[in-house]
Design a protein around this ligand. Structure first.
Ligand SMILES: *Cc1c(COP(=O)(O)O)cnc(C)c1O
Length: 398
């Protein structure tokens, strides 16, 4: 091996900023961790986060929740999805997405993806017709946005309402509009591996007052919905407060306190992620065996991870390539493995979803590799990592 192996950690995020630690200590010293445990003159950190996030996201309403997965489940319920209903979603996504649909007793209808890792809009139209589904839980998986203008027009024509899973696109835009603002609602995660880090947590945004009132009561607002930072007017709740069950999925003040100073710095973090992503992409684009998903000019992405395809690679060769990279200290994930490994699972492993034939997605996933790019990596780290990947790719069987 001509170069030193890479020795950094692919799962090591940056420390929590001092200002966030101070804010957390203030909450701890107050003892008022529950979001509704406030005193006059102090709105509480959870409500303040909702206000801050709604402003940054350019959404009318925001609700802070316990996780991104809960944000999706609550969004689907608040949208009116009932047991037995069909909900369209990407065949390539993470398990919490079909899981959110299955948790409602609804049935995921999986839609193929394209070589650029986004929803295949022709397959979407066909499956919307065939299934009669009235909703699409759209996962912007690994930060790739489909043609959102075309999708919005298509969904309108099909009578399909869109809920966006923005776990990987917090901060991304299509044609200047923030991901999360294209349909009825946007769902975000503040789990450690996403773009804001509170350990766990979720945010739900919408411009629809009745939807957000239902979501707020679902989240467990104990008739204290007037203590939210970016919620609908109290009269919106007249019937909703009595008609809607409580699922208790609130965010607490401690997590919110940690998140607010991070949100204030997120645009800087996005610029640093993109510098790392583009550095690696620049190296990989020189390799004939590797194909990078297209990034259309309308898309402003957040490069907190990178994906690349080795089209046509056999399973045995893919395993060898992973091992080669691992020996060089480079931790790649492969979406083609038959068994789920960590966060990579393919649709065939979701046994709570009716089995579906998705040949195009299967073919793409068999050659798809993924790598996290935490901000603890320097640009020089990115050079070294990319060169190791290129070395391993050069050793692939022809
Ligand atoms: C992480 C993630 C979620 C859910 O977030 P949690 O906060 O872990 O529940 C949803 N969708 C995708 C694509 C994710 O990666």
């Amino acid at each position: 091996m001509s170069r030193p192996p890479f020795s950094g950690s692919f799962t090591q995020q940056e420390p929590i900023p001092d200002e966030a630690i101070e804010a957390a200590l203030t909450v701890l010293r107050s003892g008022r961790l529950h979001r509704y445990n406030t005193v006059p003159g102090d709105e509480g950190q959870a409500a303040a986060l909702e206000r801050d996030y709604a402003a940054w996201q350019e959404a009318r309403f925001c609700l802070a929740l316990a996780s991104g997965g809960q944000a999706m489940q609550i969004a689907l319920r608040a949208a009116g999805v009932s047991p037995g209903d069909r909900v369209l979603s990407n065949a390539f996504t993470l398990a919490p997405v079909p899981g959110a649909i299955a948790a409602l007793g609804a049935e995921p209808v999986l839609v193929e993806i394209t070589e650029d890792l986004v929803l295949d809009l022709d397959d979407l139209a066909q499956k919307a017709h065939a299934s009669g589904a009235g909703w699409l839980l759209l996962s912007h998986m690994r930060g790739h946005l489909c043609d959102m203008d075309r999708l919005v027009g298509l969904a309108e024509a099909l009578g399909v309402r869109i809920i966006e899973d923005c776990a990987h696109t917090m901060g991304a835009r299509w044609n200047g509009r923030r991901s999360g603002n294209f349909g009825l609602a946007g769902c975000f995660s503040t789990q450690t591996y996403k773009h804001l880090n509170a350990g766990e947590g979720g945010l739900l945004t919408s411009d629809d007052a009745a939807f957000m009132a239902r979501a707020t009561v679902l989240s467990g607002s104990y008739m204290l919905y007037d203590r939210h930072g970016a919620g609908p007017a109290p009269d919106t709740y007249a019937d909703i407060r009595l008609d809607t069950p409580n699922l208790s999925a609130r965010m607490d003040n401690l997590r919110a306190a940690i998140l607010r100073p991070q949100l204030a710095r997120i645009d800087d973090a996005i610029a640093r992620w993109n510098a790392r992503h583009d550095r690696v992409a620049g190296h990989l684009s020189a390799c004939a065996r590797i194909r990078l998903p297209a990034r259309p000019p309308q898309e402003a992405y957040v490069g907190s991870s990178i994906q690349f395809l080795v089209p046509g690679i056999a399973a045995e060769a893919a395993r060898g390539f992973l091992a080669q990279c691992a020996a060089r200290g480079v931790e790649l994930k492969w979406f083609g493995a038959p068994e789920p490994v960590g966060f990579t699972s393919a649709h065939a492993s979701w046994r709570y979803v009716p089995a579906q034939a998705l040949p195009r997605t299967d073919r793409i996933l068999s050659g798809l590799f993924d790598m996290r790019l935490p901000l603890t990596f320097t640009l020089e780290d990115c050079d070294l990592i990319a060169r190791h990947i290129l070395d391993a790719a050069a050793a692939l069987p022809a």
